[in-house]
Ligand binder design. Structure first.
Ligand code: GLN
Length: 492
């Protein structure tokens, strides 16, 4: 097929070409490979690629399956049999996953072709991908800025047309925030909706896998493939999976959208505020009723998140001891020296900070004051949402208070970095679903930087927020804007 810039297509359009046999799955892989070879030296979205395996799968792809012949890139925290799974950490150096995660099995069953692993903050801890032990990922809209995190590689790959769609993971915003900063669509499903079997655990009561895509419809298509019950995963929900595309195209009449008053905070960039206000007006013009709501415990969310997430991480990361796999310190004196030096040399600074914090909040004497109290406030946050959802179908807010920031701008002060999670982490604590869609651009030093609009829905109401996001997307042009690929090629 000549004349079509294949990698620039979204999944739905790519599928039409594949199904009409106007392009073959093999040609798609070739075109994607060429694009990645062309731009990834500048972007740094990928940690590993396996085009040989992908080409073989393409040869036998059944393009009539739901995602038949569609290459999908995977955050490097999700296991693909035989492939590296580093979590962007030195401590998993040399490790290869022995099996496919359930989401990978499901993608394959839908005909998709996983072909590469994307960069991330080490063990998904961060908001800029700067905590990767491997490399920086640059924001395709401005190479001097971060793509967001922790699924920064997954977001940048989609934005730079180096992937048609990707999987990321969230614990406190790691799909929605990089989606917002990189100008793509990111969906965090309800806790338990997507299996975490084969996904390296960060904070098990918060973690969830979800798609990053160019369009809302593509997000629904990937959800159709990956959602569902998994007997191998104890937190997996045994609820029927709807067709997530079923509501797309329905209008917004009768939809009530809540504006949480606590989400209007100082420190939100004025251009972000203006874009969200305009989006709210637009939703209203599409027939949605706008309702003021209150989430009174919002102020505590970031603190509660960083107590619970670090506590759970300190336990989950205890397994990385260099005994059976991964990095191992040289010439240990004895077993304790082996553990101590392996973990000291293998983990990066942020991961160590979190293990120490988490161990502290769980330690006797402090457990009640921190961990237990945080659990109680988590329940209040959950109730805030439950009350709000008695009045409205979805909530609307910025995804991130600021557009993409420069490398190094927030690394010196972890609290500054943690504030990136202010609008996203409450949804993880409450276990509800959320989506970020492009809703405008900020003009910063002459650069156009994407802004993301967040919609939050009640548990298992993904189809509803997809419907609202789709109605917005289809009546605006933001998702059509692409970063300047030509400039990326020239930039050093
Ligand atoms: N930025 C948050 C953190 O650093 C969220 C990370 C995530 O969702 N994985 O923990």
């Amino acid at each position: 097929m000549t004349g079509t810039d294949l990698p620039a297509l979204n999944i739905a359009d790519l599928q039409s070409l594949l199904r009409r046999r106007e392009v073959s799955a093999g040609e798609v892989i070739d075109a994607l490979r060429a694009r990645i070879e062309d731009v990834d030296g500048k972007i740094g979205a990928y940690l590993s690629l396996n085009f040989e395996a992908a080409a073989k799968e393409a040869e036998v792809a059944n393009v009539d399956l739901p995602l038949g012949g569609v290459p999908i890139a995977i955050k490097d925290i999700i296991s693909i049999a035989g492939e590296p799974c580093t979590c962007a950490s030195k401590i998993l150096h040399g490790y290869r996953a022995p099996y496919d995660a359930t989401v990978i099995q499901k993608l394959r069953a839908a005909g998709a072709i996983p072909f590469g692993k994307t960069n991330m903050d080490e063990f998904a801890m961060g908001s800029s991908t700067e905590n990767s032990a491997m490399k920086l990922t640059r924001n395709p809209w401005d190479l001097s800025r971060v793509p967001g995190g922790s699924s920064g590689g997954s977001a940048a790959a989609v934005a730079a047309d180096e992937a048609f769609g990707t999987l990321g993971t969230e614990t406190g915003g790691s799909i929605r925030q990089p989606a917002a900063l990189s100008g793509v669509v990111g969906l965090k499903p309800t806790y338990g909706r997507v299996s975490r079997f084969g996904v390296v655990a960060f904070a098990s009561s918060l973690d969830q896998v979800g798609p990053l895509t160019k369009t809302v419809r593509d997000s629904a298509l990937i959800m159709n493939a990956i959602a569902g019950h998994d007997r191998q995963e104890t937190t997996s929900l045994d609820d029927p999976v709807p067709d997530y595309t079923a509501r797309l195209g329905k209008d917004l009449s009768g939809v009530r959208l809540g504006l949480p008053k606590e989400y209007v905070i100082e420190g939100t960039d004025p251009q972000v505020k203006a874009a969200i206000n305009a989006a709210v007006k637009h939703m209203n013009s599409l027939g949605a009723e706008i309702v003021d709501v209150s989430l009174p415990h919002t102020d505590y969310a970031v603190a509660v998140y960083y107590i619970l997430a670090t506590a759970e991480a300190s336990a989950n990361l205890a397994r990385f001891d260099g005994v059976r796999y991964g990095y191992r310190a040289a010439n240990p004196k004895d077993l304790l020296d082996h553990y101590g030096r392996t973990r000291d040399e293998g983990f990066g600074l942020e991961v160590k900070r979190r293990i120490i914090l988490g161990t502290y909040v769980l330690s006797s004497g402090y457990y009640d004051a921190y961990y237990l109290r945080a659990q109680k406030v988590r329940e209040l946050i959950r109730q805030d949402f439950a009350k709000a959802f008695e009045k409205v179908e979805a909530l609307i807010s910025p995804t991130s208070p600021v557009p993409a920031f420069k490398f190094g701008e927030r690394t010196a002060d972890p609290l500054q970095m943690y504030l990136a999670d202010i609008f996203t982490s409450p949804a993880n604590l409450a276990g509800i679903c959320g989506i970020s869609v492009p809703c405008g651009f900020a003009d910063v030093d002459g650069q156009r930087l994407p802004i993301g609009l967040q919609l939050l829905g009640k548990a298992l109401d993904e189809a509803r927020i997809l419907q609202i996001a789709h109605a917005y997307e289809q009546t605006t042009d933001w998702h059509k804007a692409r970063p300047p690929i030509a400039a990326i090629r020239q930039n050093v």
